[in-house]
Structure formats: C-alpha cells, structure tokens
Design a protein around this ligand. Structure first.
Ligand code: TA6
Length: 306
C-alpha cells in the first residue's frame, strides 16, 4: 500500500492546527482544508482527491459548477479531477472496461497526512491503491499499483503532484492528467500562450490533427484540443496581464477545453452560462501511453502560478 511519513502523527498534528492563524490542515469526514496565515486556502474532497476550491489574492481561482455532485455519486464537475489510468474512453486494450477518464476521480482516496508546512506553504498527501477501489473498478483494471497525490498550497501557487508505483509482477500502461478547471472573468477575453507550433488532436473535429498557428489562442466556440509535447510553460492572459502560468514537470501534453454552449447538455453543469467563467488547461501525459515496469515508480507534477 502507498505510504508516506508517519500517518498517525501527521493526522494528530493536523487536527490541532488552528486554521486562520497559522498554516494548517483541517480534516472533516469527507474533505481536507488547507490554509496559510496570509489567507490563501484550498479544499480537497477525499472523493477523487478532487481539489474543489483554491483561493488566493482574495479570489476563487477554480471553477466549480453549482450543480456539481459532491456526494460521491459522480465525478466532480469543476475543480481539479484526476484522470488515471486512461484519458478519455478506450474501446480496446487493458483500459477498455474502464469509464471515461478512469477511476481516480471517482474513487475515495485515503488521507496519508501532512508532509510539510511553513508560513508560506502547506502540503498534504493522498493515497490510492487497489484496496480503495470498488469491486467493479478492480475487475476493470486488475493491476497492482500505488498512487500518491500531493497538493501543495503556496502563497501564489497551487502545486499538484502524482507518484505512480507499479507494485505488481507485470508492467502496465497508463495516462495521467490534472483536469484543472481555471476560473476566468470572461473566457471570450482570455488568450492562451505557449502553444504556437505545437501539434494537437482536435476532438471537436473528430480527432483531426492540426498545428497551432497562433501565438495567442482565443476561445469563441467549443474548444477541445490535446496539444502534444508542449515545450514550455503555458499562460492564460487577459487585458495584458497573466492570470495563470502553468508549469509542468514530466508531463508532456496540455489539453485545452471549454464546452461552450454544449455545457447545457451536461446535467451537472451550472449556471447555464458558467462556461464563460471557466477554461480547462489540463497538464497531462495523454497522447501516448506511459509504460511502468514492475516495481518502478514514475513522478510528475504541475504548478499553477497566479
Ligand atoms: O479533457 C477534455 C475532456 O476529455 C473533453 O473531451 C470533455 O468532454 C471533458 O474532458 C469532460 O469530460 P467528463 O467526462 O468530465 O464529462
């Protein structure tokens, strides 16, 4: 099973931390809240280890649908759902039986504990292994694996990291992606930089491949693109300012998604015009399978800076 640090101690410290005055971790039955003395905070549900809120600079930085189901009956529409071990839906191969985007976002994760804390940063880790899966998910993907997911709240950043371990006797292939719903004031006035010259698969055009020609990608209709091997940081800009800078470690691809008016077809999407206040910029390893040999470990991460 995945483990990090001394779980009982970490939890004991977390329970006594005084939120609002020091950096800290507060634990409720279904979620964990992080906070810094300077006011920044994050909230993570154990269901899917989904970050559902990140506040910094006095503002919410993530979009969460007001119709999102937070009771563990459906993947969360908003925040940062975790995609593993498959991006999208396959119809053949070892992930064919899994639902869209795999089981990580619809499984209940274990809180492993707080691993570090200072006045300017606090980190918690979550674990997921076969023992946490439903009987169905276990049958659908019968590999022995361990995931450790870390969320690090900083004063002007939120870092999310994943460690994947193959604990079984055979190799497995996987995708991983942080399906981050960024909150933006008006999606029609933002642009995304850092993608020029990058090849992408356009799901709106039934998977056609294209090359990005624009220095600044703008959103004026449904966009659903998986950019492959993006060389550097991607920024989301508006009014000459950078709203978000997305930096990746060991994650080669970036998905940009906005459902536009198609949002009205999603029962858990609200308000109806909420698509104007969101843009998914998703760091991942999705264009190609990653193969993890038996007993090997693979790590990746993404930091969103404001
Ligand atoms: O990451 C983009 C994407 O795969 C889109 O194709 C899309 O429809 C979306 O994720 C949301 O998927 P979901 O399963 O959460 O409805």
């Amino acid at each position: 099973m995945v483990e990090r640090g001394h779980k009982p101690d970490a939890l004991a410290v977390a329970h006594t931390t005084d939120i609002g005055h020091a950096s800290g971790v507060s634990i409720e039955s279904d979620r964990v809240k992080l906070s810094l003395p300077s006011g920044e905070s994050a909230e993570i549900l154990l269901y899917g280890a989904t970050v559902i809120s990140w506040k910094a600079g006095g503002e919410e930085k993530l979009f969460l649908s007001d119709k999102a189901k937070l009771d563990g009956t459906k993947a969360i529409r908003g925040g940062i759902p975790l995609v593993f071990p498959v991006f999208g839906k396959t119809t053949e191969g070892p992930t064919a039986a899994l639902p869209q985007h795999g089981f990580a976002r619809i499984s209940k994760w274990e809180l492993l504990g707080k691993t570090s804390e200072s006045n300017t940063s606090v980190q918690v880790d979550f674990g997921l292994g076969p023992e946490n899966l439903t009987v169905d998910a276990r049958k659908q993907w019968p590999y022995d694996f361990g995931l450790i997911y870390s969320v690090v709240l900083g004063k002007t950043s939120l870092e999310t990291k994943m460690l994947v371990r193959n604990e079984g006797g055979e190799s497995f292939d996987f995708n991983v992606l942080f399906h981050t719903y960024l909150r933006v004031p008006d999606v029609t006035t933002v642009s995304v930089s850092g993608l020029k010259g990058v090849t992408y698969k356009d799901k709106v055009l039934k998977g056609a491949m294209a090359t990005e020609e624009s220095e600044s990608v703008t959103i004026a209709a449904e966009v659903d693109r998986a950019y492959e091997n993006v060389p550097g940081a991607v920024t989301v800009n508006a009014d000459g300012k950078t709203l978000f800078k997305v930096e990746r470690t060991n994650l080669e691809d970036v998905v940009v998604w906005n459902p536009w008016e198609g949002a009205s077809g999603m029962a858990d999407f609200g308000p109806a015009d909420g698509y104007k206040n969101m843009l998914c910029v998703e760091a991942g390893a999705v264009a190609n399978w990653h193969t993890l040999e038996t007993q090997n470990v693979w790590e990746c991460g993404v930091t969103v800076h404001i």
